[in-house]
Design a protein around this ligand. Structure first.
Ligand code: PLP
Length: 253
């Protein structure tokens, strides 16, 4: 399975190092790899949404990507998004993929269509209050630390049920659309596979709890180095930065 993707992988490396001129070519290459991975898994390509992670890249490049056909963009810092979104000047869909500090919850609720990174109840409550104030439901994902490693973002799998119950009880304006995970960085994408499989199983388990407001159909998993494997394991949202925009010049924190 992954063998058939490794030829693509090399082509991708090449594209990443050639600057910004071939944005459309990179978009095509990523979309083709998405389609191939979906086909390998017997899934329809429209079950997988590409989230173009544009953090650290200027508004002009995001506008160019929009004009080349991309519609959904992921940012990881509220302030950066706040500055860039008006400059992009196109009706794109914005997702927050990075960690969210609760003092930025109100701004995030205003700017983003989907928040991928909710991982505790106080943050969920602040987002809920902000969304209620805006008078519209807010879609979120719960970020889960499936690897169980010592990282700062994501809840432990055994905390998922209490958190979802709390959100269902206290956060009537939030819509929990699914789960998100970031596996430990590893050069071999196959190392991510068990973590992606775990997230899919966890979401299926959580759906069986039948909590109101929690559809849990979305799985946000897979980045530049491992998105084909994530799609094979059921990803519905892949968050891809470098394969589309090239290496980040100043790595976003
Ligand atoms: C930066 C980032 C991505 C994109 O990573 P690439 O390796 O550039 O594809 C995806 N998800 C999150 C949460 C990120 O912060």
């Amino acid at each position: 399975m992954s063998g058939s993707d490794s030829a693509d992988e090399e082509g991708q490396e090449e594209a990443v190092s050639t600057g910004n001129g071939d944005l459309r070519q990179r978009i095509d290459a990523v979309q083709e790899r998405i389609a191939k991975a979906a086909a390998r898994a017997g899934r329809r390509v429209d079950e997988v949404q590409l989230v173009a992670v544009s953090k650290s890249h200027p508004a002009g490049q995001i506008a160019a990507a929009y004009d080349a056909g991309l519609r959904v963009f992921g940012e990881n810092r509220v302030q950066e998004a706040q500055e860039k979104i008006p400059l992009v000047g196109r009706p794109a869909v914005w997702h927050l993929v990075g960690h969210l500090q609760s003092n930025k919850a109100a701004a995030a609720a205003r700017l983003f269509h989907l928040i991928h990174s909710v991982d505790d109840a106080p943050l969920a409550r602040r987002l809920d209050r902000a969304a209620a104030g805006l008078g519209r439901p807010l879609e979120i994902l719960v970020q889960v630390n499936v690897a169980g490693e010592d990282v700062k973002s994501g809840i432990e799998p055994d905390r998922l049920r209490p958190l979802l119950e709390e959100i269902a009880r206290d956060c009537g304006t939030l819509r929990v659309r699914g789960l998100m995970t970031i596996p430990p960085l590893h050069p071999d994408p196959e190392k991510s596979r068990p973590h992606f499989a775990r997230l899919r199983e966890l979401a299926a388990f959580a759906r069986s709890w039948g909590l109101p407001g929690a559809g849990l159909d979305e799985l946000s998993m897979g980045m530049t180095d491992d998105f084909p494997v994530a799609i094979e394991e059921g990803a519905t949202l892949v968050r891809i930065g470098r394969a589309l925009f090239g290496e980040r010049i100043s790595p976003a924190p």
